[in-house]
Write a protein that binds this ligand. Structure first.
Ligand code: PRP
Length: 194
Protein backbone atom coordinates (compact mmCIF):
# COMPACT_ATOMS: atom_id res chain seq x y z
CA UNK A 1 0.00 0.00 0.00
CA UNK A 2 1.32 3.46 -0.79
CA UNK A 3 0.61 6.71 0.98
CA UNK A 4 -2.01 8.61 -0.92
CA UNK A 5 -2.90 11.79 0.95
CA UNK A 6 -1.64 15.23 0.01
CA UNK A 7 0.16 15.46 3.34
CA UNK A 8 2.10 12.31 2.64
CA UNK A 9 3.39 13.42 -0.75
CA UNK A 10 5.17 16.36 0.89
CA UNK A 11 7.61 13.87 2.39
CA UNK A 12 8.72 12.24 -0.87
CA UNK A 13 12.32 12.96 -1.77
CA UNK A 14 13.10 13.56 1.92
CA UNK A 15 12.91 11.33 4.97
CA UNK A 16 10.29 9.12 3.32
CA UNK A 17 13.10 7.81 1.12
CA UNK A 18 14.45 5.98 4.19
CA UNK A 19 11.32 3.80 4.23
CA UNK A 20 10.97 0.56 2.31
CA UNK A 21 7.17 0.90 2.33
CA UNK A 22 4.25 2.67 3.96
CA UNK A 23 2.04 0.52 6.16
CA UNK A 24 -0.50 3.10 7.36
CA UNK A 25 -1.39 6.38 5.67
CA UNK A 26 -2.29 9.51 7.62
CA UNK A 27 -5.85 9.05 6.43
CA UNK A 28 -6.10 5.47 7.70
CA UNK A 29 -4.71 6.52 11.08
CA UNK A 30 -7.18 9.41 11.35
CA UNK A 31 -10.17 7.23 10.47
CA UNK A 32 -9.27 4.54 12.99
CA UNK A 33 -8.46 7.13 15.68
CA UNK A 34 -11.90 8.70 15.28
CA UNK A 35 -13.54 5.29 15.73
CA UNK A 36 -11.49 4.57 18.85
CA UNK A 37 -12.32 7.99 20.29
CA UNK A 38 -16.04 7.42 19.85
CA UNK A 39 -15.77 4.00 21.49
CA UNK A 40 -13.81 5.41 24.45
CA UNK A 41 -16.33 8.25 24.88
CA UNK A 42 -19.18 5.73 25.03
CA UNK A 43 -17.32 3.47 27.48
CA UNK A 44 -16.28 6.22 29.91
CA UNK A 45 -19.34 8.46 29.96
CA UNK A 46 -20.02 9.63 33.54
CA UNK A 47 -16.64 8.46 34.85
CA UNK A 48 -13.53 10.30 36.06
CA UNK A 49 -11.35 9.61 33.02
CA UNK A 50 -7.66 10.45 33.19
CA UNK A 51 -5.93 9.86 29.86
CA UNK A 52 -2.22 9.21 30.34
CA UNK A 53 0.16 9.52 27.43
CA UNK A 54 3.26 7.36 27.61
CA UNK A 55 5.95 9.63 26.18
CA UNK A 56 7.51 10.18 23.85
CA UNK A 57 6.14 7.90 21.15
CA UNK A 58 2.45 8.53 21.90
CA UNK A 59 2.57 12.32 21.47
CA UNK A 60 0.85 12.49 18.08
CA UNK A 61 -1.59 9.66 18.70
CA UNK A 62 -2.77 11.05 22.04
CA UNK A 63 -3.12 14.55 20.59
CA UNK A 64 -5.36 13.22 17.83
CA UNK A 65 -7.17 10.68 20.03
CA UNK A 66 -8.27 13.07 22.79
CA UNK A 67 -9.75 15.39 20.17
CA UNK A 68 -12.04 12.52 19.21
CA UNK A 69 -13.21 11.77 22.78
CA UNK A 70 -16.23 13.93 23.54
CA UNK A 71 -15.90 13.87 27.34
CA UNK A 72 -14.53 16.29 29.96
CA UNK A 73 -11.45 14.11 30.43
CA UNK A 74 -8.22 15.05 32.21
CA UNK A 75 -4.80 14.55 30.67
CA UNK A 76 -1.39 13.67 32.05
CA UNK A 77 1.89 12.27 30.79
CA UNK A 78 4.41 9.77 32.00
CA UNK A 79 7.77 9.05 30.45
CA UNK A 80 9.64 5.80 30.54
CA UNK A 81 12.33 4.42 28.32
CA UNK A 82 12.96 0.84 27.34
CA UNK A 83 14.62 0.98 23.93
CA UNK A 84 17.34 3.58 24.37
CA UNK A 85 18.92 3.95 20.95
CA UNK A 86 18.42 0.38 19.83
CA UNK A 87 15.92 -1.30 17.57
CA UNK A 88 14.98 -4.04 20.04
CA UNK A 89 13.45 -3.90 23.49
CA UNK A 90 15.96 -4.29 26.32
CA UNK A 91 13.44 -5.15 29.03
CA UNK A 92 15.06 -2.50 31.19
CA UNK A 93 12.52 0.22 31.97
CA UNK A 94 13.50 3.57 33.42
CA UNK A 95 11.01 6.12 34.79
CA UNK A 96 12.02 9.45 33.27
CA UNK A 97 8.97 11.52 34.27
CA UNK A 98 6.17 10.59 36.66
CA UNK A 99 2.55 11.75 36.58
CA UNK A 100 1.75 15.24 37.87
CA UNK A 101 -1.31 14.23 39.87
CA UNK A 102 -2.76 11.60 42.23
CA UNK A 103 -4.70 8.79 40.54
CA UNK A 104 -6.46 7.05 43.46
CA UNK A 105 -10.06 6.29 42.56
CA UNK A 106 -9.75 7.53 38.98
CA UNK A 107 -10.20 5.68 35.69
CA UNK A 108 -6.89 5.60 33.85
CA UNK A 109 -6.48 5.13 30.14
CA UNK A 110 -2.84 4.57 29.20
CA UNK A 111 -2.10 5.61 25.64
CA UNK A 112 0.78 4.06 23.72
CA UNK A 113 1.98 4.31 20.15
CA UNK A 114 3.05 0.68 20.07
CA UNK A 115 3.17 -2.39 22.28
CA UNK A 116 6.03 -4.69 21.37
CA UNK A 117 7.29 -7.09 24.06
CA UNK A 118 4.82 -5.59 26.55
CA UNK A 119 7.58 -5.04 29.10
CA UNK A 120 7.13 -1.26 29.28
CA UNK A 121 3.40 -1.43 29.96
CA UNK A 122 3.76 -4.36 32.30
CA UNK A 123 6.14 -2.30 34.43
CA UNK A 124 3.94 0.79 34.23
CA UNK A 125 0.70 -0.98 35.10
CA UNK A 126 2.30 -2.70 38.08
CA UNK A 127 3.70 0.64 39.25
CA UNK A 128 0.42 2.55 38.80
CA UNK A 129 -1.71 -0.15 40.46
CA UNK A 130 0.07 0.52 43.76
CA UNK A 131 -1.53 3.99 43.69
CA UNK A 132 -5.05 2.47 43.69
CA UNK A 133 -6.77 3.87 40.59
CA UNK A 134 -10.37 2.72 40.07
CA UNK A 135 -9.33 1.09 36.78
CA UNK A 136 -6.50 0.93 34.27
CA UNK A 137 -7.09 0.31 30.57
CA UNK A 138 -4.76 0.49 27.59
CA UNK A 139 -5.16 2.14 24.21
CA UNK A 140 -2.45 1.56 21.63
CA UNK A 141 -2.25 2.65 18.04
CA UNK A 142 -0.15 -0.36 17.04
CA UNK A 143 -0.03 -3.82 18.55
CA UNK A 144 2.93 -6.00 17.58
CA UNK A 145 1.50 -9.17 19.10
CA UNK A 146 4.13 -11.43 17.48
CA UNK A 147 6.83 -9.83 19.66
CA UNK A 148 4.95 -10.12 22.97
CA UNK A 149 6.76 -11.70 25.93
CA UNK A 150 4.34 -10.69 28.71
CA UNK A 151 0.54 -10.65 28.51
CA UNK A 152 -1.08 -7.23 28.25
CA UNK A 153 -4.84 -6.62 28.18
CA UNK A 154 -5.47 -4.12 25.41
CA UNK A 155 -8.91 -2.51 25.48
CA UNK A 156 -8.40 -0.30 22.41
CA UNK A 157 -6.13 -1.24 19.51
CA UNK A 158 -5.70 0.76 16.34
CA UNK A 159 -3.96 -1.75 14.14
CA UNK A 160 -2.02 -5.01 14.33
CA UNK A 161 1.60 -4.22 13.46
CA UNK A 162 3.88 -6.44 11.37
CA UNK A 163 6.98 -7.66 13.21
CA UNK A 164 9.25 -5.18 11.43
CA UNK A 165 10.92 -1.94 12.46
CA UNK A 166 8.34 0.78 11.90
CA UNK A 167 8.73 4.54 12.25
CA UNK A 168 6.62 7.67 11.88
CA UNK A 169 3.60 9.21 13.62
CA UNK A 170 5.53 9.31 16.91
CA UNK A 171 7.60 6.18 16.42
CA UNK A 172 11.33 6.80 16.19
CA UNK A 173 14.63 5.33 15.23
CA UNK A 174 17.43 6.90 17.31
CA UNK A 175 15.10 9.78 18.11
CA UNK A 176 14.31 10.56 14.47
CA UNK A 177 11.35 10.04 12.11
CA UNK A 178 8.73 10.82 14.80
CA UNK A 179 7.46 13.76 12.72
CA UNK A 180 6.50 11.71 9.68
CA UNK A 181 2.67 11.98 9.56
CA UNK A 182 2.19 8.33 8.59
CA UNK A 183 3.82 4.99 9.44
CA UNK A 184 6.27 2.99 7.39
CA UNK A 185 8.93 0.31 7.57
CA UNK A 186 12.47 1.60 7.87
CA UNK A 187 14.90 0.32 5.23
CA UNK A 188 17.20 -2.26 6.87
CA UNK A 189 20.31 -0.48 5.57
CA UNK A 190 19.43 2.46 7.83
CA UNK A 191 19.95 0.41 10.99
CA UNK A 192 21.73 -2.81 9.97
CA UNK A 193 25.20 -1.62 11.05
CA UNK A 194 24.02 -0.94 14.62
C1 PRP B 1 8.43 2.39 22.80
C2 PRP B 1 6.92 2.54 22.79
C3 PRP B 1 6.51 1.81 24.02
C4 PRP B 1 7.56 0.71 24.14
C5 PRP B 1 6.98 -0.57 23.64
O1 PRP B 1 8.95 3.38 23.63
O2 PRP B 1 6.53 3.89 22.82
O3 PRP B 1 6.54 2.63 25.16
O4 PRP B 1 8.66 1.10 23.33
O5 PRP B 1 7.93 -1.59 23.71
P1 PRP B 1 7.78 -2.87 24.66
O6 PRP B 1 6.36 -3.34 24.55
O7 PRP B 1 8.76 -3.85 24.06
O8 PRP B 1 8.16 -2.48 26.04
P2 PRP B 1 10.51 3.72 23.71
O9 PRP B 1 11.08 3.11 24.94
O10 PRP B 1 11.15 3.40 22.39
O11 PRP B 1 10.53 5.25 23.96
P3 PRP B 1 9.83 6.42 23.11
O12 PRP B 1 8.34 6.31 23.37
O13 PRP B 1 10.41 7.65 23.67
O14 PRP B 1 10.16 6.20 21.66
Amino acid sequence: MTASTGTDTVWKGGIADDLSRTILSAEQIATRTAALGAQIAADYRGRDLLVVGVLSGSFLFIADLVRQINLPLALDFISVSSYGDRTRSSGVVRMLKDLNQPIAGRDLLLVEDIIDTGLTLSYLIENLRTRHPASIAVATLLDKTEARVVKIDTAYVGFECPNEFVVGYGLDYRGRYRNLPYIGVLKPEIYQDE
